[in-house]
Write a protein that binds this ligand. Structure first.
Ligand SMILES: [Zn+2]
Length: 135
C-alpha cells in the first residue's frame, strides 16, 4: 500500500506586505535572480561560500532558490514579490525592489515603462487585461 499523503502538494500561502491579506499567484513566469560575482552571490543568498564557489567555477551565478513572481492582492492589485526557498522547501516572499529586478535573468521591471523592452512588456500588458482565476 502506498502512502498517498506523501504525494500531496505543500500549499504555500503568501500575504500582502501592506494589508496582510492573502496573495494569489498569477502563474507569472519566474524570473530567477542571478549575480555577477562570488561575493554578491554569498551575500544575497546566504549560500555557503564553498557552494557558491562551485557554482562560480561553472560560470553559473543563477540562484535557483529565489525568483521574482507576480501576485495579486484583492485590495492592492498586482505586485511583484521576491520568493526565496530555504533548504526545507519553505517559501518566503518579500516585496521586490529595483535592486532585485537588476538581478533577474535578463528582465526589467514591467512597472517602469521602457520603450526598448518589447516582448516582455507586451506580454505583461496583455496579461493585465486577462481574467483572474481564484482558488
Ligand atoms: Zn494588500
Amino acid at each position: 500500500m502506498t502512502c498517498k499523503r506523501s504525494k500531496r502538494h505543500k500549499v504555500h500561502r503568501f500575504h500582502c506586505p501592506t494589508c496582510s491579506g492573502r496573495l494569489w499567484r498569477l502563474g507569472s513566469p519566474k524570473h530567477y535572480l542571478f549575480y555577477t560575482d562570488l561575493s554578491e552571490l554569498t551575500q544575497h543568498t546566504g549560500m555557503l561560500h564553498k557552494r557558491a564557489a562551485s557554482l562560480a567555477v561553472k560560470g553559473d551565478y543563477v540562484d535557483r532558490s529565489s525568483w521574482l513572481e507576480e501576485f495579486f492582492c484583492g485590495e492592492h492589485g498586482k505586485m511583484w514579490m521576491v520568493i526565496r526557498q530555504d533548504e526545507t522547501g519553505m517559501l518566503m516572499a518579500v516585496p521586490a525592489d529595483e535592486r532585485d529586478w537588476k538581478h533577474t535573468t535578463g528582465t526589467v521591471n514591467p512597472n517602469i515603462p521602457n520603450p526598448s523592452v518589447s516582448e516582455f512588456t507586451y506580454r505583461m500588458s496583455r496579461r493585465a487585461t486577462g481574467q483572474l482565476t481564484y482558488g
